[in-house]
Design a protein around this ligand. Structure first.
Ligand code: HEC
Length: 290
C-alpha cells in the first residue's frame, strides 16, 4: 500500500511538472524568436467600427472610462469635418490610444472574471473544429502583447472565442451579458448583470399610431444614447437635446422624456471592445509570402 502511495505521489508531481512545462514553456518554444512580438499599440492600429459605435451608443460611460477620449470624434462629427482639418489626425491618434487602453482593460476583465474557465481561444486541427469556429490557430496570430500569455482556457463549456470579433453586434453582447437566455434560450452561461449600473436616460416616446403599426407600446421608446448618474444630469441633457434638435424634427422635442434605465458599466465597455477585437488582428506578411 505504501508503495502505491509513493507511486501516486511521484506520478502526481510528474503530471504537475509536465503541465507547468506545457503551459509555461511550450508557447515560447513554438514562437519564432526572429519575429518581434507585436505591441499593444500595433494591434490597436485599426480601430474597429464596433469600438467607435460604443462611444456613440454610450457617450457618458465612455467618457468616464476614457477621460482623455474627448478629442476622438464620432463618425457623425467626422462627416462634417473637412479632410485637411487637423482635428482629423488628432482624432485618429486619440482613437488608437483609447482603443489600446480598452483592449488591455478588456483582457484584464476576461481574466479576472474567469471567462477563460468556460471559453477557449484556440482552434485545434482536429474534429473539424475549423468548420465550426474558423481557421486553425497559428502561433503567429498569437505573437502579440495582448495574447501573452495566450488564453487557451481550461475547458470548453461555451464556444471557442478565437474569432469572436465582428460576429455579433455590440447590442447583442450587451443583451447577452445581462441575460444570456435572452439571446441564446438554452444557454447555461451565468448572467453578468453586475456589469450594469442604474442611471437615467433621455428617451423618445413613439407616436402611438406608428407604435401600434409596429406592434410596439408607445411608452417603450428608442433610447437616446447616454446613461446619466442622476436625474438632474439627464434632465440637463434632455434640455440640451431639445434645444439643438433639427427644426424639421421640432415635434420630436415634445416626445423626449427622462426615464430610469440600466446600461453597461466601464468594465463591460472594455470587455466588449476586447471581444470585438478577437481574431481581427493579422500578423504582418512574412517575406516571400504572397
Ligand atoms: C459557466 C460557463 C461560462 C462562463 C463562466 C462564461 N461563459 Fe460565455 N458562454 C457559455 C456558454 C455555454 C455559451 C453558449 C450559449 C450562449 O450563447 O450563451 C457562451 C457564449 C458566449 C458568447 C457568445 C459566443 C457566440 O458568438 O456565440 C460570448 C461572446 C461569451 N460567452 C463571452 C463570455 C465572457 C466574456 C465571459 C466572462 C465574463 C463568459 N462568456 C463567461 C458559458 C460560459
Amino acid at each position: 500500500m505504501d508503495r502505491l502511495q509513493n507511486v501516486l505521489l511521484i506520478a502526481g508531481i510528474g503530471c504537475f511538472v509536465f503541465s507547468v512545462l506545457l503551459s509555461g514553456l511550450y508557447p515560447y518554444m513554438i514562437t519564432d524568436a526572429r519575429e518581434a512580438e507585436a505591441t499593444i499599440e500595433e494591434v490597436a492600429q485599426d480601430v474597429s467600427t464596433d469600438f467607435c459605435e460604443l462611444k456613440a451608443a454610450y457617450p457618458v460611460v465612455f467618457a468616464k472610462a476614457f477621460p482623455d477620449s474627448g478629442d476622438a470624434l464620432t463618425f457623425e462629427t467626422l462627416s462634417t469635418v473637412p479632410a485637411n482639418d487637423p482635428r482629423r489626425a488628432k482624432s485618429e491618434e486619440v482613437w488608437r490610444k483609447t482603443y489600446a487602453d480598452a483592449l488591455q482593460r478588456g483582457r484584464d476583465v476576461y481574466i479576472s472574471d474567469a471567462c477563460w474557465h468556460c471559453h477557449s481561444q484556440f482552434v485545434r486541427p482536429v474534429a473539424n473544429e475549423d468548420i465550426r469556429f474558423g481557421p486553425v490557430s497559428t502561433t503567429r496570430q498569437d505573437n502579440n502583447a495582448l495574447q501573452r500569455p495566450v488564453l487557451w482556457g481550461t475547458r470548453r463549456i461555451g464556444p471557442d472565442l478565437t474569432y469572436e470579433g465582428g460576429k455579433r453586434s455590440n447590442d447583442w453582447h450587451v443583451a447577452h451579458f445581462f441575460d444570456p437566455k435572452s439571446t441564446s434560450p438554452d444557454s447555461i452561461m451565468p448572467n453578468f448583470s453586475f456589469y450594469f449600473r442604474d442611471g437615467f436616460e433621455v428617451r423618445r416616446r413613439i407616436d402611438p399610431e406608428k407604435a401600434d403599426f409596429g406592434g410596439l407600446s408607445p411608452d417603450v421608446s428608442y433610447p437616446f444614447p447616454g446613461l446619466h448618474d442622476t436625474e438632474s444630469e439627464a434632465d440637463a441633457a434632455l434640455k440640451d437635446i431639445a434645444a439643438n434638435i433639427d427644426s424639421n424634427l421640432a415635434s420630436e422635442a415634445t416626445r423626449l422624456f427622462v426615464a430610469e434605465a440600466q446600461g453597461p458599466d466601464e468594465k463591460l465597455i472594455c470587455l466588449i471592445a476586447y471581444l470585438q477585437w478577437l481574431g481581427t488582428w493579422q500578423p504582418p506578411a512574412l517575406e516571400g509570402d504572397e
